[in-house]
Ligand binder design. Structure first.
Ligand SMILES: O=C(O)CCC(=O)C(=O)O
Ligand SMILES: [Fe+2]
Length: 357
């Protein structure tokens, strides 16, 4: 039987502080942060048209006149990219602006102020660094604040900053304004592939959501470090908000890295491992990573829609029309344990879940 492993991160230096002491020469960036692949990997930049992630209009999905056409785009996005940018999503500009301002303000504080919300052993919530599970693992050039935002009675307010004064309210407002977007998208995704949405919705309706707020300090040698290691997200859908206008998200399509130009006002949506398995591979959970900027900080906020905690994940019968189940069965808890106790390794974790063709 697998040994029980605890979820949580080994404590490592604060990256914003570290960035403040590195003047950019190779020697001054500690070896554990050096990632040779960043300068050697091929990256497709300034991509347009068919080479960029699709843009999906939620208004058009909802409107009966345009829904069918938009659904075709949605399905193609989910099958080929696993990512899209969502426009006309209905989250009020003010709610987004408030969250953005408060995030910039929170991360700009001195370390001691942020430390009041530090992660505790064996707990994922709070301020710190994610996914450090071994003493010789390569480290990401980022700090983060992770909070469970839903259900509301699961909130652990010890980790909810009370500076800036409006921060808790901003997170709460963003969380409630985005509550239905995930379910709404799941419904259209199911309908568009001819599946009764109920089976998919019942897995995610009323379930937990977490908000991971990433802070990537600048690094003069930006091509030597990685903000966030290649990974897939474990849950159903992720809604990513790029907080300032510094780009950095890259996604891996057919072995090549594509940089994403986040549109101002759009939310970037991607599919997680649970949804890839439930859909029997119809919707793809795509590997992604974040790079950093040489002179500007970058901030992003990823909202994760999780399935019910006791879910046993296996392809839903509606998605197995040709009778071939392509994935093994795994409990969601085991999938999470794998995610939080092993080094991130791109899509490999998910590949291991595939059955032989
Ligand atoms: O910062 C980004 O652009 C990506 C963040 C991300 O992938 C995550 O938090 O899971
Ligand atoms: Fe991610």
């Amino acid at each position: 039987m697998a040994e029980a492993r605890t979820i949580g991160s080994i404590s490592v230096p604060n990256v914003k502080e570290l960035a403040g002491t590195c003047n950019g020469t190779d020697d001054e960036i500690p070896e554990r942060y050096i990632r040779p692949e960043v300068s050697s990997d091929e990256v497709i930049k300034n991509n347009h048209g068919d080479m960029s992630i699709p843009i999906i209009d939620l208004d058009k999905l909802i409107s009966p006149q345009s829904s069918q056409e938009e659904c075709v785009k949605l399905i193609s996005a989910c099958q080929y990219w696993g990512f899209f940018q969502l426009i006309n999503h209905g989250v009020p500009d003010e709610v987004i602006a408030n969250l953005k301002n408060d995030l910039v303000e929170f991360f700009s504080q001195p370390l001691d102020a942020k430390k009041e919300y530090s992660q505790l052993p064996n707990n994922l919530e709070g301020y710190g660094q994610a996914f450090v599970v071994s003493d010789n693992q390569k480290l990401d050039w980022a700090d983060m604040l992770y909070l469970q935002v839903c259900p509301t009675d699961s909130r652990d307010l010890r980790f909810w900053p009370n500076y800036p004064a409006s921060f808790r309210h901003s997170i709460d407002a963003y969380s409630s304004e985005t509550e239905n977007i995930g379910l709404c998208l799941l419904q259209f995704m199911a309908k568009a592939v001819g599946v009764e949405p109920k089976s998919l919705l019942s897995v995610f309706e009323g379930q937990a959501r977490g908000l991971r707020m990433n802070y990537y300090p600048p690094c003069l040698k930006a091509d030597k470090v990685l903000g966030l290691s290649p990974h897939t997200d474990p849950g159903g859908l992720t809604l990513l908000l790029q907080v300032n206008d510094v780009q950095g998200l890259q996604i891996n399509k057919d072995g090549k890295w594509f940089s994403v130009n986040a549109l101002n006002g759009a939310l970037i949506v991607n599919i997680g491992d649970t949804l890839e398995i439930l859909s029997n591979g119809k919707f793809r959970s795509v590997e992604h990573r974040a790079v950093v900027h040489p002179s500007r900080e970058r901030i992003s906020a990823a909202l994760f829609y999780y399935p019910c905690q006791d879910l046993v994940i296996s392809p839903l019968p509606d998605f197995v029309k040709d009778g071939k189940v392509k994935y093994k069965t795994i409990s969601y808890q085991d999938l999470l344990t794998e995610y939080f106790t092993a080094e991130l390794d791109g899509r490999n974790r998910l590949e291991k879940m595939k059955l032989e063709p």
